[in-house]
Design a protein. Sequence first.
Lengths: 150, 569
Amino acid sequence: MAAGKNLSLFKDKPVKVLLAKPGIDGHDRGMFVLAKAFRDAGMDVLYAGLLPTPEEVVDTAINEDVDVIALSLLNGAHLVVFKKVADLMKKRGIDDIAIVGGGTIPDADKPKLEKLGITGNYGPGTPLKTIIEHIIMRAEEARSRKLGIA
Amino acid sequence: MVDSSSFWSEKFRNIEERNKNEDPQYKKWKKEVLEKWNPGSEEKEFTNSSGIPIKELYVPGDLDGDINERLGYPGTFPFTRGIYPDMYRGRLWTMRMFSGFGTPEDTNRRLKYLIQHGESGLSIAFDMPTLYGYDCNNERAEGEVGKCGVNVSTLKDMEILFDGIDLGNVSTSMTINAPAIVLLAMYMAVAKKQGVPLDRISGTVQADILKEYIAQKEWIFPPEVHLRMIRDMMVFCTEKAPRWNYISISGYHIREAGASAVQELAFTLADGFHYVEMGLDAGLSADDFAPRLSFFFNSSINFFEEIAKMRAARRIWATVLKEKYGARNPRTMMLKFHTQTSGYTLTWQQPLNNIIRTTIEAMAGVLGGTQSLHTNSYDEAWALPSEKAVKVALRTQQIIAEESGIADTVDPLGGSYYLEWLTDEMEKQAYSYFDRIEKAGGILKAIKTGYIQKEIANTSYKRQLRIEEGKEIMVGANKYVEENEPPIKILRISKKAQLSQRKRLNDILASRDQDKVRRSLERLEDAMKDESVNLMPYMIEAVESYATIEEISNIGRRLYGGWKEPVIV
C-alpha cells in the first residue's frame, strides 16, 4: 500500500508514535527533531525519555495503544537492543504495532533488522519527508490490523 | 561579587552602543558603487549558525572605540589574541586523538603505540555502560560493552589499561562525567600502586555534569549530587593533586545537540561561572582553583563564526573572572581549551568529503588559538573510525601545523574588520544570554526547567528545516547527491570484548575480600549522607577494595534516585 492512500484510517485518531532509545545511549538530538517534525505532520507523539528498558518501551507502546514504535540508537547496539523490543512484542502476541528503526546502522545490518520486522533503519542525513512517509505507511498497516480490516 | 544582572546588561549595552557604523565613506560607497553594481544585493540574506546577519563588507567604522584595549597583546589581558605570547611558534598545539575501544588490553596496546610514536597526551573514551555507571555484566550492558569506548568495571580494568605506562610521565584526559569521581579514584589508586605521588599525576576528567543535563544526557543522580562530587574533586585536587584538571567545561556536546555557536559559547561559559561560584562557596578563592579550569569547544563548519567564538570566549572569561569573581592572577583569567571538529557536520553520504570539512574546522580551531585538537575521521558518521581514517585525520593536523604557515605568526586574522566585528557580536550576544539565564534563576534552574534544552531543540529543528528546504547546504546530502553509492569499509567491534570483560569481572567478584568491600562501601555511604565530608578518600578506599563502578553508583542511586528530565518537546 502506498503511503497516504488510506488516510481515512486516521480520521478519528491521528497516527500515534512512540519515540524511544531503548539502549544505554543519550544521543537524543535526532529524537527531538523527529518529535517536532512528526507533530508538525499531525501525528500524536510520545517520547520514552532517557534510557528506557526494552520492557518499558513495550509496556508504554501497549498501554498507550500506539501505531508505531520508532527506535533510535547511535551506539552500535541496535542488533541486540532493537531485537529485544521485537522479541518482547512477539512474545506478548502484539501484531498491531509496527516497529521502525533509525540511527547509525550499517547497510549490512539492515536486512537483519528487517527480518525482525523492523523497517526504515534510516541513517543520518535522511530527509524528514522520507521518514514521515515511512511512518505513515507502517502506521496504516498497524491501524488496519487494529481495526480488523487487514 | 558585583550585582549580576546589571553586570551582564551593562556589558551588553557597552558593545551594542559602540559598534554602530556611522562611517560616511561606507554609506557613500554603498549607495554610489555597490547599489549600481548590483541593484538587488540587499535582498539576499546571509546569516551564520547564530542567526547573525552578515553584511557585504566590514570597514573600520564597524569597530568603534579602542580596538587595542579589547584585543590586548597575546599573553596579556584580555587574551583575545591568545593566552601565550608566542602561541604556536613556541610550541604547537597538542594533537590529542581520542581513542578507546573494546577491552582494557585493546586500549592499552593502542596507548602504548601512541606513546611510542611520541605522544605524551593520552585521551581515553569509555563505553556506554561505564559512562552511566553500570558494570559490564549488567543485563542492560548487553551488546554495548567496549562498543563506544573501553569498558571499566573495577580497578582491575584500570590497572590493565595503564599497565606499563608511567603515570608520573604522561598526561591523561579521560572523557568521563557522571562517574568521574570513581574513575579519578581508580586513576589515583593505580598511581599509588606504581609509586607515583598524587602531586605528580597530571591530566583531566571531563566531569562537566551541567552540560550532561543540557546536552549529552549522561547522568546518574539529580544535579546537586553530582555537583557535590565535583566540589569534592575540586577541593581534594587543589590540595593534593595540583596538576590534575578536575573538570573540562564542555561546549562540544551542547553544539552537537543542536545549539548555535552563540548558544554553545553562552551556555558553556555560564556553566563555567557556576563552577567558579561553587569553588568560591567552598571557601576557595578564584586564584586558588580557577587556573585549573579548562574548556572544550566544538569547531564547526562556518569558519569565521568559529574563530570569532573562540576569541570571544577568551575575552569574556578573562573579563568576568577579573571583574566579577575577583581574580588577580593573570593565569586565572586565561581560558585554555581543547577543540574537536564537528561530528554533526559530517555526512554519511560521500564520506571522503568529510576530510575537507574536518580540514576547514581544524583550521578554524588553530586560528581560534586552541591548546589541543582532535580531528574527526571521515568515516565517523558511520561508526568508530577505522585506522586508515584516523591516520588521515592526524595527518590533516600535521599538514596544517607544518606546511600551511598558519602557525607561523600569532593570531594571523587579528585586525580583520569582519572577524573583529564578529568577535564583538558573539561577545555581545553571549552577554545577552547571561542576562536571560540570570533572570531565569541561574543556569542550574534554567537547566532544571528545561529552558536551555528548549532553546537548543528549537535551534536544531529550525536548522533541520532549513536543510530540508535547501536553504542550508550539505554537499552530498541535500545537494550534488549521488545515487547508489558503494558502502565504505568500517570498523566493527567484536563480541569478544563483552565475553572477556564479563569473565574478568566474575573472577574479581569471586576472589576479592568481601568484608573489605562491604566495609568500604558502608563508609562511603556514611560519607555521602554528610554533605560536609569530602568523598574523595572514601572513593579511593572503595575502588581499592575492588568494589565495582555499579556498586559504588548504586549507593547514590539508593540514597538520591535518578533524575527525570523536564519535557522539552
